[in-house]
Design a protein around this ligand. Structure first.
Ligand code: GDG
Length: 502
């Protein structure tokens, strides 16, 4: 028992998506590493740690089972954990993923109720897909394994798993905010979702506010529930059973991002940006295309800054990187068009022969190049309307090797709880106020910038992704990551099917 404190149990991570994106081009399948906060956070955690990651590979067209195993096998082997796919039908992608997850829960939990669609068929699909995930997890795991479920796509998983095995140890982490009762109670399936969340042994949130909102919602249904404990982790007791709830802010692999920032490509990128923009101050926005990220409001504030401060024109440039996301959801394609129109309006109004005020990338960049952008940027503008945490803010600080950049951060990002001391906090809805802070950043002196950035980098370094995962596992399972057995072997591969692969 001493050598194997987890009693042989492995770590089983379950999330909607596997850490890769699979798509068909003609009769060839292509795959690329997945992007987004969850993959950035969990990839380094599970690396070389024996275990299983269960999720949807992201394919929208049917794929033959053997071929899928052939693609996932080598990736499992090189990553040190086994990838187990859950396949989805096209209708399920529409109703469960684009529907209940991204058109009901996502906007509701981000306080954007006007974007919410509450269709019963979405909920039915959500239940059915969660039940399928539970069957796959049951088939590929053992009773003693520790199941760690991620995010709002899979809130029903513990309920489903425990139908078969009541003693399954199952924890959940919500990467997005948890809303207060006056918002949560608008969900037609509020009781069912609350009951499902309470079926986990442990429920983790990004911030204290989220955890308190969860407690308040739980109490709305079970007024006699008792809360014991102080600090980030509490126990909530109901007659139906206990659930432990914790506030554990997620983070990034600080060391990895520092290395990326020192890479050849990052240096080249930084140099190229400097050559192109000379002495101009570079403002940077990096976001997934999403209406919660406040990109339109941010660009309007920049427009206002240029409008009201003639002396800043030709002395600044705004680079906005936008990564395509959830293209099947209507609100996202409309937003993309609106952002493109805003960019051309601003450039049309202010550009001169030698200056384009706003540069817009609508694609994902390789990590080293992104680190080069972070390194080169004088100011990062991270202004979501609401965000669970926001890893971009932490990545930017980490890549500021010279400690002289400025972080402008929304009060409504979970990260504000940790980074308030060094960042310039803003209300992203206050366009006038944000515009003033964009100007303030332009004039901030080096001493002040250094003091703030050093503080920020220390905070991110001290509370990195390994701090987060160890604290989560300790609180949820009473174990540290190193207590899980390393080196699970990848499954044997079927005959090569190279002609289908790229
Ligand atoms: C959810 C929650 C929470 C972006 N552009 C590129 C690129 N990215 C990467 C960033 C960062 C990730 O995407 C975005 O993470 P965020 O945290 O900002 O946002 P979400 O995707 O909405 O994530 C969020 C997170 O989960 C974790 O719990 O913080 O609140 O909404 O890592 O680096 N990566 C590359 N090229 C790009 O162009 N390689």
């Amino acid at each position: 028992m001493k050598d194997n404190p987890n009693g042989g149990g492995r770590l089983v991570v379950v999330s909607n998506r596997l850490p890769l994106a699979l798509r068909r081009e003609g009769d060839t399948w292509r795959f690329e590493a997945g992007s987004g906060g969850l993959v950035s956070a969990l990839g380094p955690v599970l690396k070389d740690r024996g275990g299983i990651w269960v999720g949807w590979p992201g394919n929208r067209e049917p794929i033959e089972r053997n071929l899928l195993r052939h693609i996932l096998g080598p990736i499992s082997k090189s990553s040190g954990y086994r990838l187990i796919p859950v396949t989805l039908e096209a209708e399920e992608v529409k109703d469960y993923y684009e529907g209940f997850a991204n058109a009901s829960i996502w906007p509701l939990f981000h306080d954007l109720q006007t974007e919410c669609l509450f269709y019963p068929r979405f909920w039915e699909a959500y239940r059915a897909v969660n039940s399928r995930f539970a069957r796959v997890v049951s088939r590929h795991s053992r009773h003693e394994d520790f199941i760690w479920v991620h995010d709002y796509h899979l809130m029903n998983l513990a309920l489903e798993l425990k139908k078969k095995d009541r003693e399954r140890r199952c924890a959940f982490f919500l990467h997005i905010p948890f809303p207060p009762p006056d918002i949560f109670l608008k969900l037609p399936w509020r009781y069912e979702v609350m009951e499902a969340l309470a079926a986990f042994d442990f429920v983790g949130f990004q911030t204290l506010r989220d955890r308190q909102n969860f407690q308040a919602c739980l109490r709305a249904f079970w007024p006699s529930s008792r809360i014991r404990g102080r600090g980030p982790v509490v126990r909530i007791s109901r007659d139906e059973g206990d659930v432990i709830a914790g506030a554990l802010p997620i983070s990034i692999d600080y060391g990895h991002f520092e290395t990326l920032a020192r890479s050849e490509m990052a240096r080249e990128t930084q140099k190229a940006l400097r050559q192109t923009h000379g002495d101009r101050k570079i403002y940077l926005g990096v976001d997934r295309l999403d209406y919660t990220k406040g990109v339109l409001q941010r660009l309007e504030a920049y427009e206002r800054t240029l409008e009201q401060n003639e002396e800043l024109r030709e002395k600044v440039v705004f680079v906005q990187i936008l990564v395509p996301s959830r293209e099947g959801v209507g609100a996202y394609s409309r937003l993309r068009d609106e952002i493109a129109q805003t960019v051309s309006r601003i450039n049309g109004r202010f550009a001169t022969t030698g200056w384009v005020p706003l540069i817009f990338f609508f694609r994902s960049l390789p990590p080293e190049e992104l680190a080069g952008f972070y390194r080169a940027a004088d100011v990062a503008v991270v202004t979501p309307l609401r965000d669970g945490m926001n890893l971009v803010a932490k990545e930017y600080c980490t890549c500021q090797l010279d400690n002289d950049g400025i972080l402008i951060l929304s009060e409504f990002a979970g990260a504000a709880g940790q980074l308030a001391q060094g960042a310039l906090l803003v209300n992203p809805h206050d366009i006038e106020g944000l515009s003033k802070v964009l100007k303030e950043a332009f004039f901030m002196d080096l001493k002040d910038r250094r003091k703030r950035m050093r503080r920020l980098r220390q905070i991110v370094k001290r509370r990195d992704i390994f701090w987060w995962v160890d604290n989560f596992l300790r609180a949820a399972a009473g174990k540290a990551l190193r207590d899980f057995p390393p080196g699970d072997l990848a499954p044997l591969l079927p005959q090569p099917l190279e002609r289908h692969l790229s």
